[in-house]
Ligand binder design. Structure first.
Ligand code: F6P
Length: 345
């Protein structure tokens, strides 16, 4: 067979191990594998790169994506010519099956290509946000959370030494998995996540209570997708999938100001942004990436198209891609409440 692979959306550690896992398995089947570069843009423009044993072999330890990425949406109204180009290039390059590695947006395109245009597509989920449904974890999440954790561990030294509160903003647009896990693992004093209404008074009261108990410093983690009442609602720039660019709307500095006002603590803020998406994949993400890549190749050879590879428990399996896209896996109130007990309220 001739199989195409692409990676779309925000990069994260684990993409390269997933490309490698898929290619190694496909080569075992005797397939020819090519990469389309820069996500769906590569299929629109017909830009490809070979994926051979020599090329993929060293990818296991590398962050980012060898295939490059973009946020290109050939199904965006007005982009009909892009969609035609995608379909024409699949024919031109004689692609028998396509493995699309990405988040909700990239997989949404793969799902439409399968359901509306009969393309033999398989989806492989990635997102450091960990918010894709039907899969327990996505690669990228473990690596990103560990970067956030390391930053929190470092910031604790300054918070303590200067008797300050430090507010750390981490990525997490719709779901607060990275914020919650890194905050709890880092022994933070409060965490704000998009799933739970932000209560600045409660957070401030807790920091004051800590001070009365002798802890005159604090760490607060906030997920970038948190909304604060009264925050500027200037219209934001949108990407090709209609999402706001959150980089210009950092919520961490607002949270820092509000906490300083309410507590009298000296407060600093640190926006980690893309830092959490970089670096080598952790062991967990190397294994998960490898496993889902291998499974994608197996689904191709089983002719089981229209599926997304998912991790459920410790099993890697295929689920209908259409069932996985368009809904987010968010932190439940129950989990949030349970983990918040570690903040000693
Ligand atoms: O991959 C998801 C994500 O990490 C979000 O948490 C964040 O808002 C977004 O990507 C930022 O992406 P970009 O690289 O386009 O700025």
């Amino acid at each position: 067979m001739k199989v195409g692979i692409l990676t779309g959306g925000g990069d994260c550690p684990g993409l390269n191990p997933a490309i490698r896992g898929a290619v190694l398995r496909l080569l075992d089947f005797g397939d020819e594998v090519i990469g389309f570069t820069r996500g769906w843009k590569g299929l629109v423009e017909g830009t490809t790169t070979p994926l051979t044993l020599d090329i993929v072999e060293p990818l296991i330890s590398q962050g980012g994506t060898y295939l490059r990425s973009s946020r290109t949406n050939p199904f965006k109204p007005g982009n009909e010519a892009q969609l035609e180009a995608v379909l024409a290039n699949l024919k031109k390059f004689e692609i028998d099956a396509l493995i699309a590695i990405g988040g909700d947006d990239t997989l949404g395109v793969a799902s439409k290509l399968y359901h509306l245009h009969g393309i033999n597509a398989i989806g492989v989920p990635k997102t450091m946000d960990n918010d894709l449904s039907l899969t327990d974890y996505t690669f990228g999440f473990d690596s990103a959370s560990n970067v956030a954790l390391e930053a929190i561990d470092r910031l604790r030294d300054t918070a303590k030494s200067h008797e300050r509160v430090i507010v750390v903003e981490v990525m997490g647009r719709h779901a607060g998995w990275v914020a919650l896990y890194s905050a709890v693992a880092g022994g933070a004093d409060w965490v704000f996540i998009p799933e739970v209404e932000a209560d600045l008074d409660a957070a401030s009261a807790h920091l004051i209570k800590n001070r009365e108990r002798g802890k005159n410093w604090g760490l607060v983690v906030v997920s970038e997708g948190v909304e604060i009442a009264g925050e500027s609602d200037e219209p934001a720039e949108l990407d090709a999938f209609g999402h706001k660019f959150l980089k210009d709307l950092a919520v961490g500095p607002t949270v820092a100001k509000e906490i300083q006002k309410r507590t009298g603590f000296e407060v600093r803020d640190v926006v980690l942004g893309h830092v959490v998406r970089g670096g080598n994949p952790t062991l967990f993400d190397r294994i998960l990436g490898t496993r889902v890549g291998i499974k994608a190749a197996d689904l191709v050879h089983a002719g089981d198209f229209g599926k997304m590879v998912a991790l459920q428990g410790n099993e890697v399996l295929g689920v209908p891609i259409a069932d996985a896209v368009g809904k987010q896996k968010v932190v439940s109130q129950e989990l949030y409440d349970a983990l918040l007990t570690t903040f000693n309220k």
